[in-house]
Design a protein around this ligand. Structure first.
Ligand code: GLY
Length: 407
């Protein structure tokens, strides 16, 4: 009798596992079909490519980024902060499927961004280089990719100001800020940690730790929500003001900023094993997940304090980043089971409610993301970074449920 029950339960359990694996296979298959459609759109829409209008000599456009309000594909040059996400998606499709076709495409799109390794005019080096070359190196151990990662970290390190203890974010709008640091910048630290591991030179990880500690001290409110921008005096290092650019107002919690912080501090814990980063990530997760304005489907509105909630746009990119971060946090935290369940739920909800039908939306995978609501730019549209973190979340989900390591 007992054996019979055991057999029955195993049947149910393995049946559920198999159907879960089949569902995931179908979702990944759809993502492949949709990305193939995106390639078709890239090939056909050269005339519509949008590059930097201020730049007289038009740079080569290297990556799809989004769609215009009238539905045309937006392509960007390598200097755009989002230029590395598409190459990263192609690496994830290769990792998820093992197909050489995706590897060849990933190599081709990664190569187009190499020039950025010497561009010291931006803090977005991690987004550009780590999502593309970083994933490429992780999967292939190509020595040329390794050199690009190291050079990029050297270039990024030039933006570190020992007085502020941070990497400077923006150079534009000097009339508004002296030495602005945005919460998004936490995402660039992974590149620095990697460069230190590759070179055995702690210079880069020391910069990353200093940046993380200073951000933890100055960017967070008592409720563990984050300001978007902290402006420092570049000479004395003192905080001048705390403001926003993409959030509703200076005291609001811009959704993607909360997600960047969650992801960034979780990653800092992975790299340092310093418990204070783990605690910070747990507190940020608490702010996001317990917020009364977090919708039932767990995909945030563009700002947690946006007026007119619930009649405001969502930001699926913030949902995807949060899901991916929670998968990683589930490995380290005492609340791991809870985080894993929530990450699964967010990923499922993105899949069920935020995916583009195959063959639409110029080939992007997710819809309903918001780039910058205050400037009415890229509101309720597909965005390449939403797709990147969604694929990363799917990959993390697959590996965790198959009891494989994430890193
Ligand atoms: N780093 C820019 C953004 O999150 O929109």
């Amino acid at each position: 009798m007992k054996t019979g029950i055991l057999f029955f339960l195993s049947f149910i359990f393995f049946g559920a596992l198999t159907s879960g694996a089949q569902e995931l296979k179908k979702i990944i298959g759809d993502a492949e079909t949709q990305t193939s459609y995106l390639f078709e759109r890239i090939g056909r829409s050269k005339a519509l490519w949008i590059s930097d209008a201020r730049n007289k000599k038009k740079p080569e456009v290297v990556s799809p980024r989004s769609v215009t309000p009238d539905g045309k594909l937006i392509m960007v040059a390598s200097k755009d902060w989002t230029s590395g996400f598409f190459a990263g998606e192609l690496w994830y499709l290769y990792e998820l499927t093992g197909k050489d076709q995706w590897k060849a495409n990933a190599e081709a799109f990664t190569a187009k961004i190499e020039h950025e390794k010497v561009n010291a005019g931006t803090h977005d080096m991690g987004f550009k280089i780590y999502c593309s070359f970083g994933n490429g190196y992780r999967l292939t151990k190509n020595g040329d990719y390794r050199e690009v990662i190291i050079q990029s970290a050297k270039t990024l390190a030039k933006r570190f100001n020992p007085q502020t203890g941070c990497i400077r974010s923006w150079d534009h709008s000097r009339d508004k800020w002296d030495n602005p640091v945005i919460i998004d910048n936490m995402m660039n630290l992974e590149l620095l940690f990697e460069a230190s591991k590759l070179t055995n030179d702690p210079t880069y990880s020391k910069i990353a730790v200093s940046h993380a500690n200073t951000t933890m001290k100055n960017h967070y409110r008592p409720d563990y929500s984050s300001w978007h921008i902290v402006d420092y005096d570049s000479i004395t290092g003192k905080v001048l003001k705390k403001t926003t650019h993409q959030g509703f107002n200076n005291e609001s919690a811009w959704s993607r900023g909360q997600a960047w912080g969650l992801y960034g501090f979780t990653m800092c814990y992975r790299e340092t094993k310093d418990k204070k980063y783990l605690e910070q990530a747990e507190k940020i997760a608490g702010f996001i997940l317990n917020h009364p304005n977090l919708p039932k489907d767990l995909i945030p509105y563009w700002d947690f304090n946006a007026p007119d909630i619930p009649n405001v746009p969502r930001d699926a990119s913030a949902g995807a980043i949060t899901a991916s971060a929670l998968y990683e946090l589930s490995l380290y935290s005492g609340q791991g089971k809870h985080y894993l369940e929530i990450a699964d739920q967010i990923t499922k909800n993105l899949t069920m409610g935020y995916r583009s039908p195959v063959g639409q939306n110029e080939g992007f995978i997710l819809i309903h993301s918001t780039g910058s609501k205050p400037s009415e730019s890229e509101v309720d549209v597909p965005l390449n970074y939403a797709d990147y973190y969604y694929l990363e979340a799917l990959l993390r989900q697959k590996n965790l449920h198959e009891k494989k390591s994430l890193f």
